[in-house]
Ligand binder design. Sequence first.
Ligand SMILES: Cc1cc2nc3c(=O)[nH]c(=O)nc-3n(C[C@H](O)[C@H](O)[C@H](O)COP(=O)(O)OP(=O)(O)OC[C@H]3O[C@@H](n4cnc5c(N)ncnc54)[C@H](O)[C@@H]3O)c2cc1C
Length: 263
Amino acid sequence: MTGVARMRRPPPPFRVVTVAGTAPIGPRLTRVTLTGPGLVGFPAAEPGASVRLLLPSPGDPGLVLPDWTGNEFLRPDGSRPVLRTFTPLTGDAERGTLDLAVVRHGRGAASAWVDAATAGAPCAVSGPGRGHAVDPDARGYVLAGDESALPAIGQLLEVVPASIPVRVHVEVAAAGGRIALPAHPRAKVTWHDLDDPTDPGSRLAAAIAALDLADDERVWVAGEAASVQRIRVHLFTERGFPRARATVRGYWKRGRAGDGDDD
Ligand SMILES: Cc1cc2nc3c(=O)[nH]c(=O)nc-3n(C[C@H](O)[C@H](O)[C@H](O)COP(=O)(O)OP(=O)(O)OC[C@H]3O[C@@H](n4cnc5c(N)ncnc54)[C@H](O)[C@@H]3O)c2cc1C
């Protein structure tokens, strides 16, 4: 049918918060602790879940909350708000705190905001969105991603049962991208250095193509949208890996501001 606007369910309301502090996790990854009464009772998230982070728009010292139009968020003046998606880390729903880990990749609004963020800086969060329900019966897990997926990979490593072997593949785009990951007794972590910055995800795709994979394993992948699309084609079309056993998510898109393909 044409001419009928599709109305989408409104996302959870924004909770206005402020930055309590930032701390380096590695040279390119920064932990941001958010705080505010609005975070009291923030729902516990599954591992690898998401929150939308609303940032002040360029030139605006304060934070203007956008309205839900039925299809997207727009500011009262009709302009698009600065919204980015991140993985909610540990929080304290009683004290009203929530941590995020943001890649400082050097170009985007969120990356620049984290570079400059000081205590008291305003922002807002909405969420959490769905995460990954770990399959306790999987024969093995493959966790793969780039630096933007490291927060989720860390969370997943913490919850995959100790009896399940886990192969972790992480692609880093620059020296200093490697960080300490949570210990897992059966995890083997392989780091890949991206050699061609114009082809993010290429080392990850090659690593996945080189894996032996049994149909009763579980695969979780997140990274640059075009590269994860290549990984989907490889897994599902070329290899015939069962779709129900794989989660493959675009977390960002090369050359475009905003999220990847399926937040
Ligand atoms: C479910 C989900 C969870 C996510 N969790 C996290 C998380 O925990 N931590 C995190 O840092 N990111 C995470 N991301 C990815 C994050 O939303 C994007 O990287 C986002 O584009 C960053 O916003 P920005 O303002 O810094 O850059 P943008 O303004 O969106 O982009 C500006 C430019 O930078 C490029 N760019 C964007 N992100 C990257 C990157 N990571 N590396 C290199 N170049 C990039 C873009 O292609 C564009 O050319 C997640 C995304 C999703 C969908």
